[in-house]
Each structure stands twice: as C-alpha cells, then as structure tokens.
Design a protein around this ligand. Sequence first.
Ligand code: CAO
Length: 558
Amino acid sequence: MADVKEARVPDIGGKPVPIIEILVKVGDTVEKDQSLLTLESDKATMEVPAPFAGVIKELKVKVGDEVNDNDVIALVEAAGDAPAAKADAPKQEEKAAPAPAAAAPAPAAAAAPAPSASKASGPLNVNVPDIGGKPVPIIEVMVKVGDTVEKDQSLMTLESDKATMDIPAPAAGVIKELKVKVGDEVNDGDLIAIMEGEGGEAAPAAAPQAAAPAPAPAAAAPAPAATKADVPVGGAPRTPPVSFDASVIMPGNAPYASPAIRAFARELGVDVAQVKGSGRGGRIQREDISGYVKNVMTSGAVPSAGGAAAGGGNGLSLLPWPKVDFSKFGEIEEKPLGRIPKISAANLARNWAMIPHVTQFEDADITELEAFRKKLGEENKDLKVTPLVFQIKAVVAALKKFPTFNASLDAAGETLTLKKYFNVGIAVDTPDGLVVPVIRDADKKGLLELAAELGEISKKARDKKLTAADMSGGCFSISSLGGIGGTAFTPIVNAPEVAILGVSKAAMKPVWNGKEFVPRLMLPLSLSYDHRVIDGALAARFAVYLAQQLGDIRRLLL
Ligand code: CAO
C-alpha cells in the first residue's frame, strides 16, 4: 500500500540555506534520488534528492524560503515498492548519522584550517576538508600566487555530480603557492595551497587536515556512501561527507555554474541562463560572464525595456531583460500589451533613460483656493471645477516668470528652443492606458473655460476619440493623481518638454503661522525636471512660485 511520507532536508550543517529553485510540482511522479530542489548558500550549491520514489502530494516550501536540517520539504505518496530504507530524514538527535540521500557542503566549514586560522600569521596550509573520501575534480581556481585574499574568500571550486563547493581561505593573507590546478582531483585533507597569514611573524605551518580534526562539513551522503561516511578522520568523529553526482546536478537547461560564478554574475546583473558555458560539460566560467558583458556593451544590440532604442547613438547599452519562467513558481496568465501602453512604454523608457531627472517637492496652501473652488462649482453646476484648472492657471503664470521651463532641448543637446505660447498637456488615465491631450493657449482661457475644456478632453480620451493633433504641441505637462491619493511621486518628463508637475491629494495639515498651529489644506506638488536644462535652484524657485500662486487666489485671478 502506498503511504504518504515526508521528504526532508538532510543534514546541511545546522545553518539556514535559501532555496533557489524547486524542480518539481504537486502531482509529479519522482524517482528515488531525483532532485526535488536546489539550495544555494554563498559557498555551495546543492540539490536535495527524493529519498524514495513516489508522487508529490504537497510542497511545504517555496523559492526563497530558508531551510535547515530535517525541515520537511514535501509530502510524497511513496510508490508501493518504496525502499524500506529510511524514507524519512533523521531526527535532530540522530544528526551525526548519514542522511538518506543528499549532499550539502557546509558553507562555513568547507576549509580545513588549523585552529584559530583566522588570526594566523606566517605560512598556513590550506587543505581540502572532509568531502567524503572520494576524489573530486577542481573546476575552478579563483586565485593566483601573489593574490591577497580575505578570510572566507573563495579560493577554488570543487564539483562533483551532486554538488558544487567552494573552498574558502581559512584566514586573510597572501597566496604563496598553489599546489593544484584546474582538473586535478583532490580528496580529504589534500594540501591545495600555502598562504602567508596576515600577522607577518613566521609561525608554524598549520597542521594538515589529516592531523587536525576537521570541522564537520556537515553534508549528507547517499546511502551507498554511508558506511564510509562513518569512518573517523584523524581520530575525530566525522559527519556524513559531501557526495557528488554530475549527471543530475543541473537538470533541464538550468545553467551550470559554481556559487562563486553565480555570485559574480549577480554582481554584474547577468542572468546566467543567457550565458553559454565554455567549460567542461558546458560549465560557465568567469571568462564566459566577462565575455558576455563585454559583448553586450560593445554590440549595442540589446533591446531596451519597452522597445525604446535607449541610448541608440548615445553610447548607452543595457543588459538584456532577465528571462524568467514564472510558471515554475505558480500559476500565471500572459497578456499582450495594448497599442497605447506599448507606445507609452517606449516613450517613458527613452525619457527615463536619456533625461537626467530630479524631482523638487513643495506644498501649496490651497485652503482659500478650495473655498473659492467650491463656490465656483456651486455657481456652475453644469461644469466640474476641480483643483486641476487652478493648477493649469498657476503653471502658466510660473512658465511666464521662468521661461526656461517653457522650452525644449534639441537632440544634440546644444540648442534650447524657448516657446512664447502656453500649451499645457494633461495626463489622462483611460482604461486603455495613459494619454496626454494638450490644452492650447491656456494663458488665454479663464477658469470656467479651462474646466469645460478639461471635461471635454478627458471624455474624448476615455472614448478613444483623441487625434494626434489633440496630443501634440505641448509645452509642459501636469499629471494629477489628486483624485486618487498619495503624498508625492516622481513623474517622468514628457520629452521634448523639460519639466512636468505631479500633483497629489490635498490634505489638512497643522501649519505654524508664527503663533500657533492652524489647520490648512495643503496640496503636494512634485516637479520633475531635466537637469541638463534646469538647475536645482531654478526648480526650487519655480516650485515656490507655483505654491505662492496657488496659495493666493488674487494673484491667480490677475
Ligand atoms: N486633492 C484633493 N482632491 C482632488 C485633487 C487633489 N489634488 N485633485 C482632484 N481632486 C478631487 C476632485 O475635486 C474630484 O472630487 P469631486 O468629485 O468631489 O469634485 C475628485 O478628486 C476626482 O477628480 P478627477 O480626477 O475626476 O478630476 P481632475 O480634474 O482632478 O483630473 C484627470 C482629471 C483627467 C487628470 C484625471 O481624471 C486623471 O485621469 N488623472 C490620472 C492622471 C494620471 O494617470 N497620471 C499619471 C501619469 S504617469 O502614469
């Protein structure tokens, strides 16, 4: 009879290690020893195999979870002929015994330094820790003679068929001699390097592994190796060794790279799945990552986000967009972008990448303006008079006072075109995406006329009736999220304009009037600008002036 059993994490050294990949899903039938998930610490990558054949009934973990010795990974309905041999992982108190079938190099315990190696001075032998008594090839040597290394810096990577493991420097110091090279096979206690410890004064060489009790590598062995795992080394009781099995280390198309290489790739923002490995069996090496980055930087052939040719002709190239198979992590649905979001995305990506943005924040006291607006609304019930019409008026006044804001920079960045007209773009949110119709000659229109036109263009936008002409000729844009909420945001300049005003929701706040705090309705303004054209001081003056206009209704109506 089939029964449901727990698949557990083997002994991995008592330190939590994150799951970077789950290789099975509920309903999958797995063979004994088939990899269930991959754990990766900063020094080692390992796969946890199924302790018996069966069907995955429930997954108890997800990518990103940290797991430790004996944690339950999954419930597996064992096949009828599941081996009697330990289906469950050992209990905590049995930790020294070999785990059923898994390998986990213990990150911190990987090297076998002499006692107090971290403070060592003088020559220091670096030996292979207890890896289970089986020769394992060195796949990478990350240091050379003369290199200065930090304590715990990875010196080389060993890789076998179930695990990849970095050997860290037992102490800070200088590499004096390397005793091995890539391709050599090493075993427990082998001398791999001699370092000069940081202390300076010569001290006796660190005892080789065979003579010094090895820190437990805390790895679990597959059943066949179990007897061997129990053999003590150097008189010290030994925890189960690291075990390796190359054919299953990277199932499917998962990239084949050591932890150090993965860390290097992450540092450079490279998705290892995009890199072709030139090492044995397609293993990704450091040069492959560097070569990939070099290629990306020099080819300029990388599409930018949103399809915009970011930097095309401007020497700006971006790394490729990370490709992730999201369905591996849960249910998904793919939805192609519509026409408007695609156009917006391309424009936003270009503007964001090419314009050095700065955002200046300011609050405007609109207590009086709001009282007036309400009165105006009551008197004109056929119109929707929102705070936005006052903002358009205030912006026009500020553009007149600071003409640099009513300008456009040419593509070469050499000529500024100053405009003598005042067309204000208004960002409108529609079910199909963001559009920016333009209110022309806003300086020549009164509040009520602006309210009527704003109503018209918003409706036209939402009815998908805007023409290209309705959306062209803008000098400056306003993006108002005041009807929704929020306290501030950083809008993206709508090129070739040089600035944009973001408006958030007005809120009652206590304001000090020199004698006491009084409740005032404050409107948050976020002014983003192109720093190539506008200096910070000028932007602050523009924002302060804008706030003054909104704060003093008489000025606005002049
Ligand atoms: N503070 C407090 N209340 C505000 C406000 C503010 N800053 N701005 C508007 N309101 C109020 C209005 O008075 C109105 O209240 P009543 O219904 O009680 O009169 C309510 O919020 C809704 O206003 P509205 O959004 O319908 O009208 P609007 O004139 O403020 O804005 C428009 C019109 C077209 C700009 C707006 O509908 C819109 O689409 N905004 C989104 C713009 C956007 O998406 N920007 C982001 C671009 S970047 O992705």
